[in-house]
Write a protein that binds this ligand. Structure first.
Ligand SMILES: *Cc1c(COP(=O)(O)O)cnc(C)c1O
Length: 407
């Protein structure tokens, strides 16, 4: 266990000012939710916006609404390497998971495979939705998914959980699919402790969602008090000077994502909406810091002659974490161990690809998703958030040099 300055792997800081804004939001009630909702609608240029308790709740609601509109379809196609909450939401919505592998060296679909999977009525006949995903903030090619699905009746649900505030060819991520969603969870671009945002321009989907939202439970007082306590803890404990404390508490299971279908699906509380006060300025500031740090890591790896360890155009985006691949398992382990000792915030990504999740019953053929499995095996991520100082950069550069030299 390390006592002392420790970088969190990801951080979207909440300050005292946001706590007060959250409490004020609680007093303002519905008006605060309306404020956040209309700001989002205007910013993303969409007609409909829904505020709920998490990204996974948003995805579940989106899929349930689509299913109600097209009861004959029951499959959802997702990337074979993504957050475990995504298949959790598919199962929660009573639907079946289909997987497409990633393009090697990227986090987007392998489009040759995707085109093969979608060809003909057998490919799309039972398919309800495809979920392109902006993992770490790298823009996925939503337009290409759309063009493959033309006239098939299959919806594009854009997973922008990790990409709020990012853009692709000048267009804001989250507003490119038929439906898009963001997460306001702890490790995301903007945090309200927890929360989810659903965007859509489809009036038929919105009509179903309007009705379903009205039937959703609200946060009760025990849960609200828990959120206030969690927000207060986040103000203090995500700081590098104190992050070693939650890090040392194993029951918090920080950084772990689990496949779990019993999550609550609630309307967002006015407290959470209040915590998002000044979200556009804050998001832009945090994004700029992440992009600068991502560009720093890209330059360091390039200068070390290790560009092939990076993904895509790592400099161009405000990445939530900076992924790099280490093929040698021993070297990867050594880097993670050294980072834990130094409190450097280097972490693996998801440790399994979706086809490897035992909870999905091993229904996927072995070895069928080599790129996704390689990501699970090889990825480590460097922190990009605004708490990373020049001294941290120097420290992490030295840790990286050790692994790269050994190559
Ligand atoms: C975090 C995340 C989600 C789910 O968001 P929660 O708010 O944690 O439920 C979905 N997809 C991706 C890619 C995510 O990173």
């Amino acid at each position: 266990m390390r006592i002392g300055r420790t970088l969190p792997p990801a951080a979207a800081p909440i300050g005292i000012a946001e706590i007060f804004a959250g409490l004020r939001g609680l007093l303002r009630g519905q008006a605060e939710l309306e404020r956040f909702r209309s700001e989002l609608q205007q910013h993303f240029g969409v007609r409909h916006c829904y505020l709920v308790s998490s990204g996974r709740a948003a995805l579940t609601l989106a899929l349930q609404a689509l299913k109600e509109l097209q009861p004959g379809r029951d499959e959802v196609l997702i990337p074979a390497f993504t957050c475990y909450t995504v298949p959790s939401a598919v199962i929660r919505a009573g639907l079946k998971v289909r997987l497409c592998d990633l393009r090697p060296g990227a986090f987007d679909f392998d489009f040759a495979r995707l085109a093969g999977m979608l060809s003909g009525a057998s490919g799309t006949g039972r398919l309800l939705a495809v979920v392109p995903t902006h993992l770490f903030g790298f823009p996925a090619d939503v337009a290409q998914v759309r063009s493959l699905l033309q006239d098939s009746g299959v919806a594009v649900v854009e997973d922008a959980a990790q990409a709020m505030g990012e853009a692709w060819q000048g267009r804001k991520l989250g507003a490119l699919g038929d439906i898009g969603f963001f997460s306001l969870g702890r490790g995301k671009a903007l945090s309200a402790v927890e929360g989810g945002v659903l965007l859509t321009d489809c009036d038929d989907v919105a009509a179903v969602l309007d009705r379903r939202m009205a039937g959703l439970p609200r946060y009760g007082w025990p849960k609200l008090l828990g959120l206030i306590a969690a927000a207060a803890a986040l103000v203090l404990l995500t700081r590098p000077s104190l992050f070693w404390i939650p890090r040392a508490l194993p029951f918090l299971r920080l950084g772990e994502t689990r496949f779990e279908t019993g999550f609550p699906i609630l309307r967002m509380s006015p407290l959470q909406a209040g915590l998002t006060a000044r979200w556009r300025e804050r998001l832009e500031g945090m994004r700029a810091a992440r992009q600068a740090n991502a560009a720093r890591w890209a330059a360091i790896l390039e200068n070390a002659g290790a560009r092939e360890l990076c993904f895509g155009d790592s400099r161009a985006h405000g990445l939530l974490r900076f992924p790099l691949r280490l093929r040698d398992a021993g070297r990867k382990r050594a880097l993670l161990r050294a980072s834990t000792r130094a409190g450097a915030g280097i972490m693996p990504a998801y440790l399994a690809s979706i086809n490897q999740l035992a909870q999905l019953g091993g229904e996927f053929p072995a070895q069928a998703y080599p790129a996704a499995e390689a990501c699970a095996r090889e990825l480590v991520t460097l922190p990009t958030h605004g708490y990373v100082t020049p001294a941290d950069v120097a420290r992490i550069r030295r840790l990286l040099a050790c692994v790269l030299e050994a190559a």
